[in-house]
Ligand binder design. Structure first.
Ligand code: BYC
Length: 308
């Protein structure tokens, strides 16, 4: 069997493609693009919540937030490693990110104005991430699918910590309840945008579904997230900021309002509220870390020399 037939048969049998296997160049390129964007999102995603570590309202909340932000760094590291198994170079990926040549999720370009944002990010942003990533545990590329299993377990814990934080705030003062509602109003629509453009405009979905990199389309997952979030909002006692949101018995799903795709495109192309600061902080961290990379390389060279 030739290499391409073997690849197609592996995908058709629902088995995994591993780093040693032959794969079409398009598959490799698509995987590197998605895994790198995902890794960048985890790393840039540390910033909005990280802004609250020094201002968390109690020692317990600070410890929880610190652990969560640290988990996101871990996710980024597994994912950069997965990208390396495809032949990508991590230094090159980092440079692409800080030079604005590679994307990261639109959701991390919004400010976190109050501590309720930390809870809403856990509830909605991690909730959307789980919705999107659980099917990726069955993605056809082995190292990505396996990284996703661990990431999803941690994301699920993150989602619960966010919801618990919000439940606590909702049983507090009116001012605290208002903060939760305000944060929900600001994060709801950007969370729906996390799933990517509508299917009709999604350049990559058809091919990625055929290769079983993606298991569901952007719109399918967005709908699943809306259906999942409505009862959670009710239980919490907040209103989702969409007057058109209502149950459609015929479809067996909630209908919802039009998403502002013009705004989405602006954010993705670098013009969202916080794009500039997110990238410049990442660049500074990379530059500040140069001495660590140099020291690690010098130490590795020394050990190699000693071993020889
Ligand atoms: N933001 O053809 P499409 C987290 C891009 S982090 C920016 O539908 P695809 C967390 C898309 O990449 C979780 N760009 O693409 C961390 C493509 O770009 P190219 C992040 C977006 O790949 C810290 C173009 O638009 N999750 O959970 O088939 C704290 C056309 O789109 C976005 C992942 O990365 C967006 N929202 O589908 C808390 C999940 N949407 O071709 C939480 C993995 C689309 O110009 N990724 N684009 O380079 C995926 O599942 C898929 O890549 C997507 C997009 C569903 C996002």
């Amino acid at each position: 069997m030739d290499l391409e037939q073997h690849f197609d048969a592996t995908i058709a049998r629902d088995q995994r493609i591993e780093p040693r296997d032959w794969m079409p160049e398009g598959y490799r390129k698509t995987m590197i693009r998605q895994v790198a964007q995902h890794a960048h999102s985890e790393i840039i995603g540390m910033q909005p919540e990280g802004d609250w570590i020094t201002r968390a309202p109690s020692l317990r909340r600070k410890a929880v937030l610190l652990a969560k932000v640290q988990d996101e760094a871990g996710h980024g590291l597994y994912l950069y490693s997965a990208a390396e198994t495809l032949g990508a170079d991590r230094t090159d990926l980092t440079e692409r990110l800080i030079e604005g040549r590679q994307k990261y999720s639109s959701i991390f370009n919004y400010p976190t104005l109050t501590f309720a944002d930390v809870g809403v990010i856990g509830w909605l942003v991690d909730g959307a991430a789980i919705c999107n990533q659980v099917p990726l545990c069955r993605s056809s590329y082995g190292p990505y699918a396996r990284a996703m299993i661990r990431i999803c377990k941690e994301e699920s814990f993150h989602q619960r910590q966010g919801y618990e934080l919000l439940m606590t705030m909702m049983s507090g003062t009116q001012a605290q309840r208002d903060m939760v509602q305000d944060a929900t109003n600001r994060w709801w629509w950007p969370s729906l945008m996390m799933f990517g453009p509508p299917d009709a405009e999604s350049a990559n979905t058809a091919q990625s579904m055929a290769w079983k990199i993606k298991r569901h389309t952007n719109d399918e997952l967005r709908q699943r997230f809306v259906d999942m979030s409505v009862p959670q909002a009710e239980k919490l006692g907040v209103t989702l900021p969409d007057p058109e949101l209502k149950w459609n018995a015929e479809r067996g799903h909630h209908d919802f309002g039009e998403i502002d795709w013009v705004h989405f495109k602006q954010v993705v192309s670098g013009n969202g509220p916080c794009n500039a600061i997110r990238v410049s902080r990442r660049r500074k961290a990379h530059e500040d870390g140069e001495w660590v990379r140099e020291a690690a390389a010098a130490y590795a060279a020394k050990r190699k020399e000693a071993a020889a």
